[in-house]
Design a protein. Structure first.
Ligand code: ATP
Length: 391
């Protein structure tokens, strides 16, 4: 290479290096700009984070995720609003989630309290202690429940052989304190089934916005613990006849009921899960839940008759130290309109009279005094069944 050629080559190389230098400089500028932007973002997030930590947020339930935002319902006042979700958490919001919203309803965080709500809304007993022998005065109802609930669990092959499906769900209806819950527990005890209870009224009052999810959980829980008896108390709270009013509260109750119906419809009738529901307000029930395949066996649990009251008195004084002079027939005649629960309190009250009088034996007079006290305390509505309605 001649010196001229070498000079030319060096020049070309210099030009190339200058271009690369310019390119790198502009890249450096861009990176500096980006760094400034990111620093701003960090500042902003830190401020948001600080705000989140210091300001209180409201709890709401995400009802629906739409293209325009998320519909949330605030707990407490049931107000529904369409709100925005920050890009950070948009993918993690699903209908039914509990979320925290700020003053302007923007969703700040998604809460995960499913297990909490589950545990709080259901009462699970591996083996309830109640037996049929603890239930008095409703022998016919006990027989019916055994046939409709116990037999399909204990002897499913009978139904297979005859080729019929046992009743899907059993609805017990009648005044408060007559032994409906006891009946359900006694079946669970007899069949070694897990007893899972959910109260309709709590679903509606305490777990607003979560009703349908909790119903789903209830069935899931039962499937995990087969054999199981699902007992839904106060079913009228979630299955009231449709009213004209279209408030959001009603819509929520409707959704809970629809979830219950769809769980029941998709149910294996001969499976190891039995469903019992109870209500004091038969007149209020939506007839949709009584259709075949749903609560298709209705059992009325009435107030005990005189004979029934005598049996219940005997049951509730079994563990008491009672005097020989006690005339249960006489007491049964004097307790017209008393439910099983009322008789239980009567027995306790009589025991209190004995203690007050320094005795460890309860006499007939103690019962008479207890009766008088209860009548006096409660002269307006003597028994708990006052004010209840059913068909
Ligand atoms: P509610 O509709 O208010 O839920 P319920 O019909 O489910 O009432 P239970 O909870 O079964 O009533 O009964 C309450 C208590 O009353 C029982 O713990 C029991 O002590 C007593 N009791 C009610 N009925 C009977 C009965 N038939 N025999 C014996 N005890 C009874």
């Amino acid at each position: 290479m001649t010196p001229d050629e070498r000079l030319e080559a060096l020049r070309e190389h210099f030009v190339k290096l200058s271009t690369v230098h310019r390119e790198l400089e502009s890249q450096l500028d861009a990176a500096r700009g980006r760094q400034a932007d990111l620093t701003d973002d960090v500042d902003q997030l830190e401020r948001e984070n600080e705000m989140l930590k210091t300001s209180s947020l409201y709890i709401a339930t995400a009802e629906e995720v739409t293209e325009d935002g998320v519909i949330v319902k605030q707990h407490g006042n049931n107000q529904e609003v369409l709100t925005d979700v920050s890009a950070r958490i948009v993918d993690s919001v699903a209908p039914g989630d509990r979320v925290a919203v700020n003053d302007s309803f923007a969703i700040q965080t998604v809460l995960n309290t499913e297990t909490d709500a589950r545990a709080q809304s259901m009462e699970i007993t591996e083996k309830p202690e109640v037996t049929y022998a603890d239930i008095g005065g409703i022998d016919e109802q006990v027989r019916e429940v055994r046939e409709a609930v116990e037999q399909p669990l204990a002897e499913p092959e009978l139904f297979d052989e005859v080729g019929i499906d046992p009743p899907s769900g059993v609805l017990l209806y009648g005044p408060p304190g007559t032994g409906k819950t006891m009946l359900a527990k006694a079946v669970a005890n007899e069949t070694d089934a897990t007893f899972i209870k959910m109260a309709g009224s709590e679903l509606v009052r305490k777990f607003i916005g979560e009703g349908s999810r909790l119903v789903r959980d209830l069935f899931e829980m039962a499937r995990e613990r087969e054999p199981a008896i699902i007992f839904i108390d106060e079913i009228d709270a979630i299955a009231t006849r449709r009213t004209e009013s279209k408030t959001s509260g009603d819509a929520e109750v409707q959704r809970t009921m629809m979830q219950l119906l769809s769980e029941m419809d998709g149910f294996e009738a001969r499976g190891e899960i039995r469903i019992i529901a109870a209500t004091n307000r038969f007149d209020m029930l939506d007839r949709a839940i009584l259709r075949p395949g749903r609560f298709d066996r209705l059992i009325e649990v009435p107030e005990p008759s005189e004979e029934g009251r005598e049996q219940i008195l005997a049951i509730h004084t079994r563990g008491m130290n009672v005097a020989d002079d006690i005339d249960f027939a006489d007491l049964a005649a004097d307790t017209d309109g008393y439910s099983g629960a009322d008789i239980e309190s009567l027995a306790t009250e009589a025991g209190m009279f004995a203690i007050r009088n320094d005795r460890n034996e309860v006499t007939h007079q103690d019962f008479a005094d207890a009766l008088e006290k209860i009548e006096k305390d409660d002269s307006s509505d003597v028994v708990s069944s006052a004010g209840y309605f059913y068909q």
